[in-house]
Design a protein around this ligand. Structure first.
Ligand code: GLC
Length: 721
């Protein structure tokens, strides 16, 4: 009997060992290893630089008339299909803004998604974009824009996820996870400190290491931990004087040694300034060969390998990282680019995001929600009769149905400035549909007197105001352009029931704020933004967004690095003297009160907080959870985003508060719920530059719980020992 058992065990063990070996053989690393070993030097060189805007008749780009932003030809001998790479963070951009082309679902801006404070929604947004990218034939989507909004003049503020490393890291990490769930590799970008646009190609962002680790790098670290992006895109700018794509501290010390990152590092398009310097620092792939002074990772690298100046093992490692990431996401298969896409379902996702991203900033006298019985409604400005605004640059998507309106750059715009695009989702029509009996009339707003006259004759006046921003440029100031402040003031004077709806890339100044009872921030709301705005204005959807960026009362409140943003050209560096005190942390440090704080947002109901409980004392580096009870004290269903901030111990008493946890809670009128808020351990740690390690300092931590960075509705202390 025992003998028979022993035989069975031996057979089972052998079967298990074979299966394990087979499994081992199919692991991304094993598959990549095998391929690299089979590749010729030419094939390896082919894999470490991508072509841009390729038109290779033998391998037409996916989805017809478009270019890839990045392309690698197939290697049939090894069964490797072509590699198609495209932007971007807000849907499948298809490089259309360079030339007319394919359409795709235009998602709301990154700030809109971040305003939902909803990681599950971030995943859904990514899954939608990833699904469209795969069906259009792409293997890589250049998404994951996670740079912190240090300076709201930054022309790419709209693409990012705000000023806080925890919120941005979690939201973008989940977005990356969603994209990759669809078998498309996502990037995380732009590594690092690409927190401005003017002069981004050459200026250096200067900051001390502790501050960098506890702010911008922390956002990347959290996004990479959560999303496991197949690739990191290194940025144009220098960090402390060294170009990001040849910055050993960033690409080797931080990314590989400290974070153990296993994916590949690709450059931004035109961000490579030397071959050896980049290879030695840890850049694995040069992107957009047409953008650099030469194709460094072509002939020069090949020669260097042949001469032994670059070990073959180094080149192998570069190629292996690319292949293993593609295999890990199962993204390396032949894609026709002609799979059908459920654009209706995707538009519904875009609308859901836009709705949850809308932030109700002000609502005096509960002017909102509007009743469908309003007799007459004036709709004014910002081309609200045709669509909603989107941001400029590589993330711009040609929306399904084509743009509603394209406005060429204004006279005097910088050379090459992209066009202003309105998505085909008209607020005017959406408002009329929700108020079918009302007389709804549009005025374009160019003539403030005419607009005021219409407002005077209407029950309600809704003024749409926009601030267009774009990659490549910073805005000269945070005022609404084209005299819109004067338009808003004139309409508000003519009708005391005036609502301002903002379609902006980021925070703007509001000199008229005391004369306007209701203000809604809709950001760039994407493919179904008009419908989303109307549904929130009429209460068909509850406003649940909260600000991921602070709105300053004046530009004087901003940190020194944000002063004079548009005049950076010609400077050598941007000195981020505020360090890790970004956004609300800067206001906490300076004692200034912004116009609208980080985390701010109203609803159509009200909430009461009670019963904050947190251990008075707890061991460091063990989970620390607070509990608080929330009650809906109003008449309508509503969603609160309960936020927990922590002020860490600091002998100098200067450490600003940090967002450590949040919970998004929807309650019916009268309903109460106790929520658990587990403080994120990243936020409790300080970087010890001497030890080159994270440390949780012992001492007393002050806990603040409320509805924004300025709302200490409940407080407590916890001592970590
Ligand atoms: C751009 C952007 C980057 C984009 C790339 C390809 O300059 O900085 O975000 O993915 O080039 O278009």
């Amino acid at each position: 009997m025992i003998r028979r058992l022993a035989i069975c065990f031996a057979v089972a063990l052998a079967a298990w060992a074979n299966a394990a070996r087979a499994e081992q053989d199919s692991s991304p690393d094993a598959r990549a290893d095998r391929l690299v070993r089979a590749m010729t030097l030419d094939e390896k060189i082919q894999y470490v630089h991508t072509k841009v805007g390729h038109r290779d008749p033998a391998n037409p780009p996916p989805s017809g008339p478009n270019d890839d932003v990045g392309y690698i030809a197939p290697i049939p001998r090894l069964g490797l299909p072509a590699l198609h790479i495209d932007d971007g963070s807000l849907g499948v951009a298809n490089a259309w803004n360079a030339r007319g082309g394919d359409e795709a679902t235009a998602l709301p801006s990154g700030l809109s998604l971040a305003s939902s404070w909803d990681p599950a929604l971030a995943f859904d947004a990514g899954a939608m974009a990833g699904d469209e990218a795969r069906r259009k034939g792409f293997n890589v989507l250049l998404a994951g824009s996670v740079n912190l909004v240090r300076d709201p003049h930054d022309g790419r503020t709209y693409e990012y996820a705000g000023e806080d490393p925890l919120l941005a890291g979690i939201m973008v990490g989940e977005n990356i996870r969603g994209i990759q769930s669809q078998r498309v590799v996502s990037t995380v970008k732009h590594f690092a400190l690409n927190d401005w646009e003017t002069g981004r190609w050459s200026l250096s962002g200067d900051i001390d290491e502790v501050a960098l680790r506890e702010s911008d790098l922390l956002a990347f670290q959290i996004a990479i931990e959560r999303g496991e992006p197949g690739a990191v895109m290194c940025a144009y700018n220098k960090v402390n004087g060294v170009y990001s794509c040849e910055n050993r501290f960033l690409l080797d010390r931080v990314l590989r040694h400290d974070w153990g990152y296993r994916g590949w590092v690709m450059s931004d398009w035109g961000a490579v300034h030397g071959m050896l310097s980049s290879v030695k620092a840890g850049l694995d792939q040069e992107s957009g060969d047409g953008y650099d002074n030469e194709i460094y990772y072509g002939r020069p690298l090949e020669e260097a390998v042949k001469r032994g100046k670059v070990p073959m093992a180094q080149l192998d490692r570069m190629v292996r990282r690319i292949l293993r990431s593609l295999f890990a996401v199962n993204a390396l298969d032949d894609r026709s680019g002609t799979e059908p896409i459920d654009y209706a379902a995707h538009a519904a996702t875009a609308e859901r995001i836009a709705e949850q991203g809308i932030v109700l900033l002000k609502n005096d006298g509960e002017l909102l929600p509007l009743g469908s019985d309003a007799a007459s409604i004036a709709v004014i400005g910002s081309h609200a009769d045709v669509g909603v605004l989107s941001g400029g640059g590589s993330s711009q998507v040609r929306p399904v149905g084509g743009p509603a309106l394209i406005v060429p750059p204004a006279d005097g715009s910088p050379k090459g400035a992209p066009q202003m695009v309105w998505e085909p989702s008209a607020p005017l029509a959406a408002i009329q549909r929700l108020a079918p009996r009302a007389h709804v009339e549009f005025a374009d707003g160019y003539d403030a007197a005419k607009a005021a006259d219409l407002a005077a004759r209407s029950t309600i006046a809704i003024v749409f105001a926009h601030q267009w921003v774009s990659e490549g440029w910073d805005v000269p100031n945070l005022s609404l352009p084209d005299d819109q402040d004067r338009l808003i003031a004139a309409v508000a004077k003519a009708n005391k029931h005036t609502i301002v709806v903002l379609e902006t890339g980021g925070p703007v100044l509001m000199p008229w704020i005391d004369r306007v009872p209701a203000v809604v921030e809709a950001w760039f709301p994407g493919q179904r933004g008009g419908e989303a705005i109307a549904r929130v204005l009429f209460g068909a959807a509850e406003p649940s967004g909260r600000l991921p960026v602070s709105f300053p009362r004046s530009e004087a409140q901003l940190p020194p690095s944000a002063q004079g943003a548009a005049f950076r050209e010609g400077r050598a560096r941007v000195v981020f003297s505020e360090g890790a005190a970004v956004g609300y942390r800067w206001y906490d440090k300076t004692g200034e009160t912004p116009l609208f704080p980080f985390g701010w947002g109203l609803t159509y109901t009200s909430f009461a907080y009670s019963g904050l409980e947190i251990p008075r004392s707890a061991p460091r580096d063990a989970p620390l959870t607070a509990h608080v009870t929330l009650r809906n004290t109003g008449e309508r269903m509503g969603t609160e985003i309960v936020q927990l901030y922590v002020t860490p111990p600091d002998p100098a008493g200067k450490a600003p508060r940090r967002l450590a946890a949040w919970s998004k809670v929807t309650l019916a009128p009268g309903e109460a719920k106790t929520v658990a808020l587990t403080l994120d351990p990243h936020v409790l740690k300080n970087w010890d530059a001497h030890a080159q390690a994270w440390r949780t300092p012992a001492g007393e931590y002050r806990i603040h719980v409320g509805g924004s960075a300025e709302d200490d509705r409940l407080s407590a202390e916890a001592t970590l020992r």
